[in-house]
Ligand binder design. Structure first.
Ligand SMILES: [Zn+2]
Length: 244
């Protein structure tokens, strides 16, 4: 798929950020099938991928882990290298408690004005940090804000990472978010093959917003259960390959 990767790529799920990104408006759209795959549509009609971005955060991630244990759910955590470096034990704990770790970048950078060499260097550094500190080689990359530009796209591919955005979110990063609002926002998108974006840290969100995420988890899990859907990590999500 040299075309989309050589061009700057914008995930369909990032449309809501266009107003922040005049440069991104000029990017060519993804092919529909590629957009679906990059967005994280899994092939298993009974599976919903549960994903958390921006951690690990000692303030909030332990609460999320305890809640997931109570619900019997496992998830994929897209880690920031800068956060992991400050909380390496928590990175290892994610793996020990059965979750999948993935790469969100070193810093939570906007990529409206890409610096390919720097972006590639930081993505490699973050990938190595996840591998070394968590003890598992990551498989997935999700760019901050869901905007994937050419430099990180190529760098991720060279590192053996597959890019996955999301198909549903709970808008859990806002100051107004509550458990009810996160659940109500996410619920319509919780269909088979969906990938749900949540955050286990407020390091790039409204202070304390992770509490809304935490409060929404039981209702989200109950909804999936009643729909016959299993919440789980991306490794169980049967995301089709983008290399065709
Ligand atoms: Zn993020």
């Amino acid at each position: 798929m040299s075309g989309p990767l050589n061009a700057a790529v914008l995930g369909a799920a990032a449309v809501e950020f266009l107003h922040l990104a005049p440069a991104a408006v000029r990017l060519p759209p993804l092919r529909r099938t590629l957009a679906r795959r990059t967005a994280g549509h899994g092939a298993d009609p009974r599976h919903v991928a549960l994903t958390f971005d921006d951690g690990p955060d000692p303030v909030s991630t332990p609460y999320v882990l305890d809640a997931l244990d109570e619900l019997g759910a496992r998830a994929t955590f897209f880690l920031l290298g800068a956060m992991l470096e400050r909380a390496p034990d928590l990175g290892r704990e994610l793996v020990l408690r059965g979750h999948e770790v993935a790469v969100h970048g070193w810093h939570h950078r906007q990529q409206w004005y890409p610096a390919p060499a720097r972006d590639a260097r930081e993505l490699r550094r973050a990938t190595e940090a996840v591998t070394d500190l968590c003890g598992v080689r990551p498989l997935w990359y999700r760019p901050p804000y869901g905007v994937l530009t050419a430099g990180p796209a190529l760098a991720a591919r060279r590192l053996g990472l597959r890019t996955v955005l999301w198909t549903a979110w709970g808008r859990d990063w806002t100051a107004e978010a509550t458990g009810e609002s996160v659940y109500a926002t996410a619920r319509p998108g919780l269909t088979g093959g969906a990938t749900l974006l949540l955050h286990d840290s407020d390091c790039t969100s409204a202070p304390g917003s992770w509490r809304a995420t935490l409060a929404a988890l039981p209702a989200l899990a109950a909804h999936c259960r009643t729909q016959g859907l299993v919440l789980g990590p991306l490794r169980d999500h049967a995301v089709p390959s983008t290399r065709d």
